[in-house]
Design a protein around this ligand. Structure first.
Ligand SMILES: [Zn+2]
Ligand SMILES: [Zn+2]
Length: 293
């Protein structure tokens, strides 16, 4: 091994980031593990490792099948079962349902559990333009992501419903009756709060410009050094220079308040990552960039 390895990487010890009052907890180093928990929303994006803090989260969203994003998922399922916590909802790309069921079955076989369907998670299949209502306030929509394997990105929207002015003062039981008759008594606004993209090339941002509209954008910059520019795209990843050039080209399009960079290659040290991000972030983004290391 000739490249430096930063022994400070601790995948099971999440770091905390505050993004305008929303707390994110996670870890992300390329090839090692990626997960991002949003405790307030009780959900986790990807599960390349299952830290103990993740066990209480009842929704897991998987971007793609690479081990550094997926290998903690069955661990999450089995820890909850062991602790008698009802199963979480595992939202996964539809083409991964069968392979994940096969993997879960293989673990059952290894551990000697025969004919125990409760040991196989119930996966929720996601298409590339799906919408899932998590509760009355939160909705998650999917979009396709360009990577070496098929992948999905996620945007969480906060839904606010307001009674239409013409129904102001109407008694509750009458409103209920109107609702049952199918009358639209409320107007709805949907605020894009957070977009999570797993591993990706720049092509995803080019094709899905709505990603820049979320208050918080979480995206990878696996590579950061000048010598690595050429290898980023063929490997299905994004280089820091490429991302910053793209954002600089249209500052008005950058409507996010926070951009979280993650999934840095294992070959860089914390010091190198901090220095390169600081040096290459344009002035207008300096207060908005955060790094997940
Ligand atoms: Zn990865
Ligand atoms: Zn990947």
């Amino acid at each position: 091994m000739t490249e430096p390895i930063d022994v400070l990487h601790r995948p099971s010890c999440p770091v905390t980031l505050d993004c305008g009052g929303l707390e994110l907890q996670g870890f992300s180093i390329g090839g090692l593990a990626t997960y991002l928990m949003v405790p307030e929303w009780k959900l986790c994006f990807d599960m390349g490792e299952c830290p103990i803090e993740a066990v209480r989260l009842s929704h897991v969203f998987l971007t793609h099948s690479h081990g550094d994003h997926a290998r903690g998922l069955l661990r999450h399922f089995s820890l909850r079962r062991m602790l008698n916590i009802p199963p979480a909802r595992y939202h996964v790309p539809d083409f991964l349902v069968q392979p994940l069921q096969n993997l879960a079955q293989a673990w059952c076989d290894l551990e000697g559990h025969r004919n125990r369907p409760e040991y196989i998670p119930d996966f929720v299949p996601l298409g590339k333009r799906d919408t899932i209502e998590l509760n009355r306030q939160l909705r998650v929509s999917t979009f396709p992501v360009d990577h070496r394997v098929r992948s999905l990105g996620f945007t969480v929207q906060e839904i606010r419903k307001k009674l239409k002015p013409e129904f102001a003062g109407t008694p509750g039981h009458e409103l209920g009756a109107l609702k049952r008759q199918g009358v639209a008594i409320e107007t709805e606004t949907a605020q894009p709060r957070l977009t999570f993209i797993g591993d990706t090339t720049l092509r995803t941002l080019e094709k899905e410009p709505h990603c820049l509209d979320s208050d918080i954008l979480v995206i990878e910059t696996t590579f950061i050094m000048p010598d690595d520019v050429e290898m980023a795209r063929p490997k299905g990843h994004l280089h820091l220079f490429e991302l910053m050039d793209f954002l600089k080209a249209d500052p008005d399009a950058c409507r996010f308040q926070h951009i979280v960079l993650k999934h840095f290659s294992m070959k860089y040290t914390h010091g190198q990552i901090e220095a390169m991000v600081r040096r290459n972030t344009p002035d207008f983004l300096k207060d908005r960039v955060k790094i997940l290391i």
